[in-house]
Design a protein around this ligand. Structure first.
Ligand SMILES: Cc1cc2nc3c(=O)[nH]c(=O)nc-3n(C[C@H](O)[C@H](O)[C@H](O)COP(=O)(O)OP(=O)(O)OC[C@H]3O[C@@H](n4cnc5c(N)ncnc54)[C@H](O)[C@@H]3O)c2cc1C
Length: 505
């Protein structure tokens, strides 16, 4: 077996989908007998919707979810209306935050795997890992208590915050716990305008209602106030807290899930140690501010799966596996920083931060978000569309990088609209811009000889945002590996010989 995927949460399920699409031999195991039925992560970012589109599941996710476009910021005696994603995102087919419970997201991914003959082995726990020559000896314990020894070339820990793989691989998980306790409930609320996110801002903190849809209309999220006893969460307690924040007194009822939890901010010291890889919560955990957790995990998986599959099949060099940590660890670190700042601003009792939260932010937010620069920055960051790998060893700017349009390491924008759909098939995509006649067939035949089954060619003409007479190579995860100007393809040839060499067949 090439890959053992440990954990079938959203990260493991996405990884399995990509390993299958790229022809790896793998197994996916999870110690729990059933998938998660709680909502947990409640939103899917635009970039995740794009990244999952190649598996044909994005339409189903959108069909089951609830796109929210507006935020209502509730202040004493007034409500400020803010746009959420309906401005500033012109280069994606999904310019919205999709509210959908994690249970539904996992259900859609599980159904996709089932439809493609992938068996998620539930009730199967990884209990032992040991390096054995060029492979890993793994011990799996089944629900009936029997143990099975299996060998895998690579093991990926998608096994959450308490990762067994991380522990057995001896990878540290550094960070800290926040002192506060969060209260969470999925429930019905009378008196709230539907389809918007509601944030009640006071000196004491923030109370959120998110439009979840299923299994209940709303997700309530707030901090346990210091004077509220640490008893089990119940509806009366939540109503009492809501009444402190909300002048308009929304009435809470029919909870389907109520819980409290402590938050941490921790990151794995390494994302890889030899044959062991970490992805998702096994690699980073943080506050839910900005709905980044599950999204980052799914995108970790979709950065890694095709690399593991192509290397295992002998179609790409081992060096690709080093690029996983080089590309994803900086993303993980930046999510830890960003969510920590947002958490501090939302919860601090420091008088300066309280003043900024309750007085400055509501006053400034509408005009800041109307200005195109800050607006774009905020939306690009939260939507995860701004993630790029310009400093990766596996992205190369050609000898004459174009003056405008995307650069090597950037995500392929959906411009002209529909470009992402045209390049959705598995493998690499060579984009040739400028008059089609400029690109000679014999030149392309020589470039792609021995790898043409992995590279599709697209002649784009002069379509924006590309400078005329540009060529670019899109990787299987939708990021540009190489971009250059002109019709000379020697630079691209060198790139392909290094990263997709013919002799690796
Ligand atoms: C109460 C709560 C509220 C949350 N709210 C939000 C939110 O509002 N927004 C947000 O973005 N995120 C939220 N999260 C976080 C979000 O749920 C995670 O980021 C997401 O589930 C991570 O997915 P994952 O697949 O990496 O890990 P997980 O979903 O944790 O999946 C790990 C899987 O590995 C399995 N496993 C573990 N050890 C083994 C082993 N040894 N052998 C076999 N299987 C194993 C587990 O059974 C589990 O199914 C919340 C989490 C919790 C608990």
């Amino acid at each position: 077996m090439d890959v053992l995927v440990v954990g079938a949460g959203p990260t493991g399920l996405a990884l399995a989908a990509q390993l299958r699409a790229y022809g790896a031999s793998f197994r996916i195991v999870d110690r729990s007998l059933d998938r998660v039925h709680e909502s947990r992560a409640l939103a899917i970012q635009p970039r995740t919707l794009e990244a999952l589109a190649p598996f044909g599941v994005t339409g189903e996710l959108i069909g089951r979810g609830n796109p929210a476009m507006q935020v209502r910021m509730h202040l004493p005696r007034r409500v400020v209306r803010l746009p959420l994603f309906d401005i500033g995102l012109t280069d994606t087919a999904y310019p919205f935050l999709l509210f959908l419970s994690q249970a539904e997201t996992e259900s859609v991914l599980s159904e996709h795997l089932l439809d493609h003959g992938v068996d998620v082995e539930r009730g199967t726990e990884l209990v032992g890992l040991e390096r054995a020559g060029s492979s890993v000896a793994c011990r799996l314990r089944h629900g009936n208590g029997t143990e099975e020894a299996v060998a895998a070339t690579y093991v990926v820990g998608c096994d959450g915050a308490h990762s067994t793989v991380r522990d057995r691989a001896g990878i540290g998980f550094e960070g800290y716990a926040y002192p506060q306790t969060f209260l969470l409930a999925d429930l019905e609320v009378d008196g709230l305008e539907r389809g918007a996110v509601h944030a009640y801002l006071t000196g004491a903190g923030v109370l959120f209602f998110f439009p979840l849809g299923s299994p209940a209309t709303w997700r309530m999220l707030t901090l346990r106030p210091p004077d509220v006893p640490d008893t089990q969460v119940n509806l009366g307690l939540l109503q009492q807290i809501a009444d402190r924040y909300a002048d308009d007194r929304p009435v809470l009822r029919d909870p389907v899930w109520m819980t409290d939890f402590r938050l941490h901010n921790r990151g794995a010291v390494r994302y890889r140690s030899g044959p062991f890889f970490l992805a998702g919560d096994a690699a980073h955990i943080h506050s839910p501010a900005g709905a980044q957790g599950m999204n980052t995990g799914i995108q970790d998986a979709l950065n890694l799966g095709w690399k593991l599959a192509l290397v295992s099949r002998g179609r790409a060099p081992e060096e690709w596996l080093e690029t996983y940590e080089a590309e994803r660890a900086p993303v993980g670190r930046s999510v830890l920083r960003f969510t920590d700042r947002a958490f501090t601003i939302g919860t601090s009792s420091n008088p300066v931060i309280r003043f900024a939260r309750t007085r400055l932010a509501p006053r400034l937010a509408p005009s800041v978000l109307r200005a195109s620069g800050p607006r774009r920055l905020v939306f690009r960051t939260v939507s995860e569309l701004g993630i790029r790998y310009r400093h990766s060893p596996a992205t190369t700017a050609g000898p004459r990088p174009p003056g405008r349009g995307p650069r090597a390491g950037d995500r392929l924008p959906d411009l002209p609209r529909g470009l992402q759909a045209r390049t959705i098939g598995p493998g690499w995509h060579l984009l040739l811009c400028g008059p089609p006649a400029l690109w000679r067939d014999e030149q392309l035949v020589s470039l792609l000889k021995g790898r043409d089954d992995l590279v599709d060619v697209h002649r784009l003409g002069d379509e924006s945002p590309w400078t005329a007479v540009t060529h670019g190579l899109v990787r299987p995860d939708g990021y540009l590996g190489y971009v250059a100007r002109g019709t000379r393809l020697e630079g691209l040839h060198t790139y392909l010989d290094r990263w997709l060499p013919v002799q690796h067949r």
